[in-house]
Design a protein around this ligand. Structure first.
Ligand code: GDP
Length: 211
């Protein structure tokens, strides 16, 4: 399936744990957050049409850096460390919150956050805490419900309603996503381009900034 955005270049730029390590060029960026194993690497790779740009996690919860990817020399994708994985050592868990809050609170060019939830299960306590915090600081957030292909079609709607109810939003605001079928990918792109003020040129947008 053709992507609505032509990805000419997608490169890993840096892994940061503190603001001094963040890229300094004033390009718009969007960040991706979710509990470990929710499908965050898979979603980012699917959006970028790269199989392994973001490593699909073998040991969930071990990646505790903020990873910056430069796309088309025009904007950044930021992969925030996954949270909530039970087997992660306490010290690593404790470092998640200050690292992520510092990032979210200090990034001037952050256009919005994609927060991922597993469609199979109700949002977790950790999911709801992050969601509530993002709402309170008024960062635009797109809820993406992953692994839709793993839920029987007859149950997808009720699972979506359940998640939306717990997030306190209409279910139409949630995007169901499946990496197997590509379902939801174009809707996610639509929101990201809008947030970043990037235009779609004709039918095959190139994700170049408006000039
Ligand atoms: P992360 O820890 O959030 O980055 O999660 P990953 O992207 O590594 O995904 C965790 C596991 O879920 C991997 O085995 C993926 O192949 C699988 N997965 C992710 N998204 C989907 C999806 O949409 N459908 C299915 N069937 N599996 C998925």
């Amino acid at each position: 399936m053709a992507s609505p955005v032509i990805i000419r270049t997608a490169e890993f730029v840096t892994a940061a744990v503190k603001p001094e390590q963040y890229p300094t060029d004033p390009l718009p960026e969007v960040a991706f957050a979710g509990r470990s194993n929710v499908g965050k690497s898979t979603l980012i790779n699917c959006l970028l049409q790269r199989k392994k740009l973001v490593r699909i996690s073998r040991t969930p919860g071990r990646t505790q850096t903020i990873n910056f990817f430069l796309i088309n020399s025009a904007f950044y994708f930021v992969d925030l460390p996954g949270y909530g994985y039970a087997r992660v050592p306490e010290a690593i868990r404790a470092s998640w919150r200050p690292m992520v809050e510092t990032y979210l609170g200090s990034r001037k060019h952050l256009s919005g956050i994609v927060q991922l939830f597993d469609l199979r299960h109700p949002p977790t306590v950790d999911d709801l805490k992050l969601w509530g915090w993002l709402q309170s600081v008024r960062i635009p957030t797109l809820p993406v419900l992953t692994k839709a292909d793993k839920v029987r079609p007859a149950q997808r709607l009720s699972h979506t309603h359940r998640a939306a109810d717990m997030l306190g939003i209409p279910s139409a605001q949630c995007v169901g996503f499946s990496a197997l079928t590509g379902k939801g990918r174009d809707m996610v792109w639509e929101t990201l381009l809008k947030w970043m003020g990037l235009s779609a040129a004709g039918k095959a947008p190139t994700a170049e900034p408006d000039s």
